[in-house]
Ligand binder design. Structure first.
Ligand code: HEC
Ligand code: HEC
Ligand code: HEC
Ligand code: HEC
Ligand code: HEC
Length: 476
């Protein structure tokens, strides 16, 4: 702790005798000691200035934050370490030269010594205060969405972009990916370090795999803000679909989803959120990494009664798959990184007239434009509008395109926006890379409710998990 002492040098009058303080001070006059003091002072000052900049909001650049919170403080600590090292070597030398030990003890009877000790304590308090502030600010910085989403820019760009236009755009990454508590914080930072390494040496997977294996149980994250007791009633959703043959008159499908909740008549939980309500526990055995193929399903009801479903109706340990307790993520796997369905976006374009539905063949051409492979997002920016014009020219001739240039260009601009929201060639993220489980639109690829609700998984008594349409929704 004596490392701050040499800073006091200037305060001590020269009196010919070698006081304890001077001797310590002398040690700082070795080259290592001098370097340590200088280096610490510079880094420490920069840390304080950086910290002030961040606290007052003058500095907003996140890369500057790394320098302020990591580089400068590390420099200051390194510099401090040089000082005791230099003192140590100096003292060793003095002992070898048999200097009177009385001279190198602290003597509270001497005023200079008292002053020095007080100054040392004051400086230490300042030091500790500044470093605590640095740690506190650094902690907040590593929790910020910016740190998560933008530092590893290329890698996280798809997730960050989708997140920014989702209903959770104001919910921090950490609320879902880490949650509260020191244990998860440490786990997350360790896995974060591995990820940083993967980004540096380029060993990360493209696309980043889902499901996320180590995602914390949803009770600790989602349920901080949403809880099953709260869900109730029905939710009406409208689906508007066009076809290539009819770009003007959509087929409109209204469904009323049985969100569920407590039924006041029976006092029991029912509906879609039944799976996660009132101490019901639904466990399932997934037979593949993506959890798209389900072996057995075990249901434990609040009364303690259990039921087991399997494809052959037998009970037992199952096929050796991985067991998991169903939570929010088993349905809401894309609550915030919501990529669009290709068809939905094209049909929305027609409905909102962002794609001009009067242009014959524009629906079909839009699919071709969006599904074409571009080497990069930059290339897509250059080519998408031109590709649409070319396809239309093929269909109707160059005159038609010249006459409708304005509307085709603005339709092309809508397609470009759509593309930029959903496709990242470098990360191999494209239409349908990340599919949702919340429904049955990707049923043919094993996603969604029909993984269990297939009328095929059954108990020993032949009871199945129903696929009847009105279990989950009816017409409003
Ligand atoms: C509302 C909760 C929530 C928030 C907020 C959130 N995520 Fe996610 N994230 C998820 C879920 C759920 C998954 C998918 C889990 C699964 O399929 O196992 C996921 C998956 C991911 C993946 C894996 C790849 C993928 O798309 O499946 C990455 C990377 C990721 N999130 C990064 C982020 C970043 C960066 C932020 C902040 C900018 C963030 N997340 C904010 C819930 C969230
Ligand atoms: C920090 C609070 C918070 C956390 C944590 C959180 N959410 Fe949300 N969630 C919100 C808010 C706020 C909204 C927007 C409410 C609105 O639009 O009315 C929302 C909306 C939703 C919606 C409705 C989306 C829609 O399209 O209307 C779903 C579904 C949802 N959250 C699921 C989840 C899941 C699953 C998790 C855990 C992975 C989660 N949330 C974690 C705050 C949170
Ligand atoms: C069995 C599948 C399933 C599970 C498990 C599930 N949900 Fe849902 N949830 C749905 C469906 C389906 C909807 C309605 C469709 C939609 O909003 O897109 C929905 C709707 C919601 C909404 C919007 C409600 C509204 O009135 O708009 C929220 C919020 C939500 N869920 C949160 C959660 C949370 C939190 C959990 C975990 C405790 C959870 N869900 C578990 C399937 C599920
Ligand atoms: C892991 C398997 C599994 C998945 C995935 C699953 N369910 Fe279920 N679900 C069950 C089981 C098991 C039951 C209970 C069947 C019974 O007791 O008759 C059930 C029951 C239900 C019920 C009736 C609840 C009641 O008692 O009122 C609804 C509604 C429902 N599920 C909707 C959905 C929806 C919507 C999805 C997809 C978003 C879905 N489920 C996904 C296993 C699953
Ligand atoms: C286990 C629950 C469940 C069952 C059983 C079920 N559905 Fe659905 N269905 C859903 C959910 C959840 C959605 C909402 C998907 C979304 O929000 O995107 C949905 C959406 C739909 C849609 C609109 C989606 C679109 O892309 O057009 C149609 C149509 C539909 N269901 C038809 C049916 C029919 C027909 C049956 C009977 C064979 C059926 N569903 C059985 C849960 C179910």
């Amino acid at each position: 702790m004596s490392e701050k002492q040499p800073d006091l040098q200037g305060d001590i009058p020269e009196n010919g005798k070698k006081t304890w303080l001077e001797q310590i001070g002398l040690s700082a006059k070795t080259p290592i000691g001098l370097f340590g003091i200088g280096f610490t002072t510079v880094c420490f000052t920069l840390t304080v200035l950086g910290l002030l900049g961040h606290i007052t909001g003058l500095i907003e650049n996140p890369y500057a934050a790394i320098v302020t919170f990591v580089v400068f403080p590390a420099g200051a600590i390194l510099g401090l370490l040089f000082i005791p090292a230099s003192i140590y070597f100096r003292r060793k030398k003095w002992f070898r030269e048999n200097i009177n030990k009385g001279n190198i003890l602290i003597d509270f009877g001497k005023k200079t010594h008292r002053k020095a000790v007080v100054l040392f304590l004051v400086l230490s308090v300042v030091n500790i205060a500044v470093f605590s502030l640095v740690i506190y600010e650094a902690y907040h910085f590593t929790e910020s969405d910016f740190f998560c989403g933008a530092i590893c820019h290329t890698v996280m760009d798809p997730e960050y972009t989708a997140y920014q236009r989702s209903p959770h755009a104001k919910v921090g990454c950490v609320s879902c990916h880490i949650g509260s508590g020191a244990e998860w914080y440490v786990k997350a930072k360790l896995s974060g370090l591995r990820q940083v390494k993967a980004v540096i040496d380029g060993s990360y997977s493209t696309p980043i795999p889902a499901p996320v294996e180590h995602l914390r149980p949803a009770q600790d994250t989602c349920e901080e803000c949403h809880w099953p007791e709260k869900f109730h009633g029905k939710k009406i959703k409208q689906f508007v679909r066009y076809s290539n043959d009819d770009q003007l008159n959509p087929e409109i499908q209204d469904i009323s989803l049985h969100i569920g909740g407590r039924n006041p008549l029976t006092d029991s939980f029912e509906g879609i959120h039944w799976h996660v309500s009132n101490n019901v526990k639904v466990e399932y055995e997934s037979l593949d990494e993506k959890r798209t193929s389900i072996g057995r399903i075990k249901v434990t009801k609040p009364s303690g009664v259990t039921e087991e479903y399997s494809l052959d109706g037998a009970t037992g340990e199952g096929a050796g798959g991985k067991w998991r307790t169903m939570d929010c993520i088993d349905c809401h796997n894309r609550p915030t990184h919501v990529y669009d369905e290709l068809e939905e976006r094209v049909d929305f374009g027609l409905q909102s007239k962002k794609l001009n539905p009067e242009i014959e063949g524009i629906r079909e051409d839009s699919f071709k434009v969006l599904q074409k492979e571009y080497a990069s997002r930059e290339e897509a920016k250059e080519q998408i509008v031109a590709t649409l014009l070319a396809l239309q020219a093929e269909r109707h001739g160059a005159d038609f395109v010249a006459k409708n240039e304005q509307t085709l260009i603005s339709s092309g601009a809508y397609l470009l926006d759509t593309y930029m929201d959903n496709v990242w060639p470098v990360m191999k993220v494209t239409w349908g890379t990340y599919k949702g489980h919340n429904g049955h639109q990707y049923e043919s690829e094993g996603y969604g409710c029909f993984r269990c609700h297939d009328d095929e998984h059954q108990t020993a008594f032949g009871k199945t998990i129903s696929q009847s349409c009105d279990l989950c929704h009816d017409e409003p």
